[in-house]
Write a protein that binds this ligand. Structure first.
Ligand SMILES: [Zn+2]
Length: 424
C-alpha cells in the first residue's frame, strides 16, 4: 500500500474527525471550550502514540478562570533522530453571524462538503494534518525525526494566548523544530509564504468646548480631524498606492500598502435609539479615529509610524492651534519565507506529485500566526498550506470540501516522506 492510498482509505475517519471538531464550539471571543477541544485532541493523539502537553497561556489577554487559554502540543518521535515537522492549527473560531442555512455547530454533510463554523478556518486543515500524520506513522513506523501537532488558542484575536505564548516558551526554537506548516485555508494547490504587517493606532485631535452659536470662542476638534484626513487623502494614500511589493499577496489590490480608517468619533456621545431629545449646542473638544495600516515586507514599522507622525507634525506647524495625541494600539511584523526554504521546496514538490501541477505561491493580506513563529520563535522555515477557500472564512454556511481535505492530506503526507524518511 502507498501512503497516498492509506490516506484515501481514511476518508470516513477524516469526515468523523472534522465533524467532531466542528461540534466543539470554540468561539472566540470569549474563548469557549478551549480545554474541551484540547482534551479531545489529547485523547485522539495519545491513542496514536503521541506524547502530549497541555499548556495554559496564563496571564495573556482574555485568559481567566472562566475562559482559560488552553493549548496542546503533541509530539511523536520516530525510530531515529532527525528533523521535526510541526503542524500548527488554531482551534478557535469566530462568531457565527447571520445568514446560516446549516447548523453552525452541526457538522452536516451535503454534496461532498462538511458545513460549520470553523469547517474551513481551520478545523478541516487540522483534521487533514492529523490524518496525514497518523497514516504516515502507520506506513513508516521507522521514520527518522519527529512530528508535532499543535492546537492553539486565540489566532482570531492575535494569537497572544496561543502561538505567541508557545513561541515565548521555546516551542518554536529552531533547534527543536525545523519545519512548520500551518494548515490555514489557502487552497490545496497553493503555498502561502507569509503575510503583510499591520500597525494600529488611535489619533485624537484636541479642541476647546464652547457654545455652538459662538464657535470662534472655542476650537473645533472635528475640523482639525478634517485637516488630518485631507492630509491623508492628498499625501499618504497616493504614496501608499505607489508602493508595490514583491510578496505575491492575493487579492491583487493588497499587493500595495493600504490603510483603513476603522472609526471616527467627535463631539457628544451618540445617544441610544430610544432617546427622543435634541442635541445640545457645543463645539467638540475631541475627535478620534482608529487607523488600520497594513504594510509590506519592503517597509519597516518605523517608516510606517514616522510617515503618519510627520504628517501630523506638519499640521502642527501650519495649522493654528492644532494639537493631537497618537496612541499605538498594536503592531505585527510582515513575514515572508524564502521560496527556496526547505519546507517551501518540499511542499511544492509534494503538490506537483499529488495534484499534477506546480503550486501557485501566495501571501496573505492579513496576518496569521506565522508572525509569532518568525519574530518570537526566530524560525523562518514556515508556510501556510491547507485545504479550503479563504473566501469562505468567517462567512455564513462556511464549509470544507471532503475531497480537498483528502488531497491536501496526501500532499502533507508526501512532504513528510521527503523530510522524515532516510534519503536515497
Ligand atoms: Zn484561520
Amino acid at each position: 500500500m502507498t501512503l497516498s492510498d492509506r490516506i484515501t482509505d481514511k476518508r470516513d475517519d477524516l469526515i468523523q474527525l472534522t465533524q467532531d471538531l466542528i461540534r466543539i464550539p470554540t468561539l472566540n471571543p470569549p474563548g469557549e471550550n478551549y480545554r474541551e477541544i484540547c482534551d479531545f485532541l489529547d485523547k485522539r493523539l495519545t491513542k496514536h502514540g503521541f506524547q502530549t502537553q497541555m499548556i495554559r497561556a496564563t496571564g495573556t489577554p482574555g485568559d481567566s478562570e472562566k475562559y482559560p487559554r488552553w493549548n496542546i502540543v503533541a509530539r511523536r518521535d520516530g525510530a531515529q533522530t532527525g528533523e521535526c515537522v510541526h503542524f500548527n492549527s488554531h482551534t478557535d473560531v469566530v462568531e457565527v453571524g447571520h445568514g446560516w442555512t446549516f447548523d453552525p455547530f452541526g457538522g452536516d454533510i451535503s454534496d461532498g462538503k462538511i458545513y460549520g463554523r470553523g469547517a474551513c478556518d481551520m478545523k478541516g486543515g487540522l483534521a487533514a494534518s492529523i490524518i496525514a500524520a497518523e497514516a504516515f506513522i502507520e506506513e513508516h513506523p521507522n521514520f527518522q525525526g519527529a512530528i508535532e501537532i499543535s492546537g492553539t488558542a486565540d489566532e482570531e484575536s492575535g494569537g497572544y494566548g496561543g502561538v505567541a505564548y508557545l513561541a515565548e516558551k521555546g516551542f518554536f526554537d529552531p533547534d527543536k523544530v525545523q519545519h512548520v506548516i500551518i494548515p490555514e485555508p489557502l487552497q490545496k494547490d497553493r503555498i502561502c509564504l507569509g503575510h503583510r504587517g499591520g500597525w494600529w493606532a488611535e489619533i485624537e485631535t484636541k479642541g476647546e468646548i464652547a457654545h455652538g452659536s459662538m464657535p470662534f470662542l472655542g476650537d473645533c476638534a472635528v475640523r482639525h480631524m478634517g485637516a488630518v484626513l485631507s492630509e491623508f487623502e492628498a499625501k499618504l494614500y497616493p504614496a501608499m498606492a505607489a508602493r508595490f511589493t514583491e510578496m505575491p499577496v492575493v487579492p491583487e489590490g493588497a499587493r500595495q500598502s493600504t490603510m483603513n480608517i476603522n472609526s471616527i468619533h467627535g463631539g457628544q456621545k451618540e445617544q441610544t435609539d430610544d432617546f427622543t431629545g435634541l442635541p445640545a449646542h457645543c463645539v467638540p473638544d475631541s475627535c478620534r479615529i482608529v487607523i488600520d495600516r497594513r504594510y509590506l515586507v519592503e517597509e519597516t514599522l518605523d517608516q510606517v509610524r514616522d510617515e503618519v507622525k510627520a504628517l501630523l507634525e506638519g499640521l502642527r506647524e501650519t495649522r493654528p492651534d492644532f494639537d493631537y495625541e497618537l496612541t499605538e494600539l498594536n503592531s505585527v511584523i510582515p513575514s515572508m519565507t524564502d521560496k527556496t526554504a526547505p519546507v517551501v521546496e518540499t511542499v511544492a514538490k509534494a503538490i506537483e506529485e499529488v495534484m499534477g501541477k506546480p503550486p501557485t505561491y501566495v501571501a496573505s493580506p492579513g496576518s496569521y500566526d506565522q508572525k509569532h513563529i518568525d519574530r518570537i520563535g526566530k524560525l523562518k522555515n514556515c508556510i501556510a498550506y491547507g485545504p479550503g477557500l479563504l473566501e469562505l472564512a468567517h462567512k455564513p454556511d462556511e464549509y470544507i470540501g471532503i475531497d480537498d481535505m483528502i488531497d491536501s492530506a496526501r500532499v502533507m503526507g508526501a512532504a513528510l516522506e521527503t523530510l522524515l524518511l532516510p534519503k536515497g
